[in-house]
Design a protein around this ligand. Structure first.
Ligand code: HEM
Length: 319
């Protein structure tokens, strides 16, 4: 993880980020729209004719995984192994991780790295039209990514594709089902899809916190953070702060000036935000259109036991 851009300071941070950022500009991401719509329709076709569905495993999880796997150039057939690796690796990102979880994350990281190293070797001899080949070819002022950096950052992208957008879709659909009046505003065209997705990101933020370490003694709001001290930044709390948002605990899909921090802020602001927004918009609108009578199967839902990433263990819906 230490070799990912997420954990780097300047100048390494910008060097690593710049190498992949060209694949994530809003313009490039928009070109993925037809393929994301096609994958969405295929998943929804599989659910047709059923009276109910477990939406996380049948829809919210496979969609972002198929998209990121395809973008990077990882065979979709291997997605189940990646799910297990991704689950184990995010264990290391959580605040309460114990030794066993850290060891499991290490082991998964090593296996995932070996898998990707094999794929990278293939791309070196036979490049394809995918992000992994672009990373292999990437040069930054004549300076290539080291192999370690390439693998670490490819893993970061895969991980981000597995563990965040899934929760935007899952948490978002739950929020709409719990607030049918708001879902109706989307359906009757009173509010835009874009504004709905922004509010879903604010209301049940998929990434609840991030951490920074003070480089030097720093005073914030009267508190001194000593050099080397860690600060936990609660994005989920900021997004419900009454000083910034009127009636923050209410879902309002037409909310104006929705300046939420679900994608973070500053130099590490989410690189995949355009992709996540596009996937979220296509997923939610297609689902709502295809299954207008969709309802929660039962009112009790189970959240995954994690502080940093907020997502559902499962979401059973009736059609
Ligand atoms: C709803 C979905 C997503 C949410 C809520 C989200 C949230 C975030 C947040 C809060 C950060 C900043 C972390 C920090 O400052 O410490 C971040 C960084 C990042 N995200 Fe996302 N993310 C999402 C989807 C994605 C996707 C789909 C990708 C790419 C496939 C992605 C790639 C990244 C990368 C590479 C970084 C690190 C950027 C850097 O360090 O410069 N994210 N994300």
């Amino acid at each position: 993880m230490r070799k990912t851009m997420l954990m780097k300071n300047p100048p390494d941070h910008m060097r690593l980020r710049r190498l992949v950022s060209r694949a994530f500009t809003p313009h490039v991401i928009e070109t993925l729209r037809p393929r994301i719509e096609q994958l969405t329709d295929l998943l929804l076709d599989n659910m047709e004719g059923q009276s109910s569905s477990e939406l996380i495993s049948e829809f919210a999880f496979p969609l972002p995984v198929l998209v990121i796997a395809e973008l990077l150039g990882v065979p979709a057939n291997d997605r189940d192994i990646f799910r297990d690796w991704a689950r184990a690796m995010v264990g290391a990102l959580d605040l309460q991780s114990d030794r066993t979880e850290m060891d499991a994350a290490d082991a998964a990281g090593e296996e995932c790295e070996a898998y990707l190293a094999n794929l990278v070797a293939k791309r070196r001899t036979t490049p394809k039209d995918d992000l992994l080949s672009l990373m292999v070819a990437a040069e930054d002022d004549g300076q290539r990514l080291t192999e370690d950096e390439l693998l670490a950052n490819a893993m970061l992208l895969l991980l981000a594709g597995h563990e965040t957008t899934v929760n935007l879709i899952g948490n978002g659909v739950l929020s709409l089902l719990r607030n049918p009046g708001q879902a109706a505003r989307l359906r009757n065209g009173e509010v835009t899809l874009a504004s709905t997705i922004e509010e879903l990101l604010r209301y049940e933020s998929p990434v609840q916190l991030t951490v920074r370490r003070a480089a030097e003694d720093t005073c914030v709001a009267g508190a001194t953070i000593p050099a080397g001290g860690h600060v936990v930044l609660l994005l989920g709390a900021i997004n419900r702060d009454p000083e910034f948002f009127a009636s923050p605990d209410q879902l309002d899909v037409g909310r104006a000036d929705n300046d939420h921090l679900a994608f973070g802020d500053g130099s590490h602001i989410c690189l995949g935000a355009s992709l996540a927004r596009l996937e979220g918009q296509i997923a939610v609108s297609s689902l709502v259109k295809r299954f207008p009578d969709m309802a929660l199967f039962n009112s009790l839902v189970h959240w995954r036991e994690q502080a940093s990433l907020r997502g559902l263990k499962e979401l059973r819906v009736a059609f």
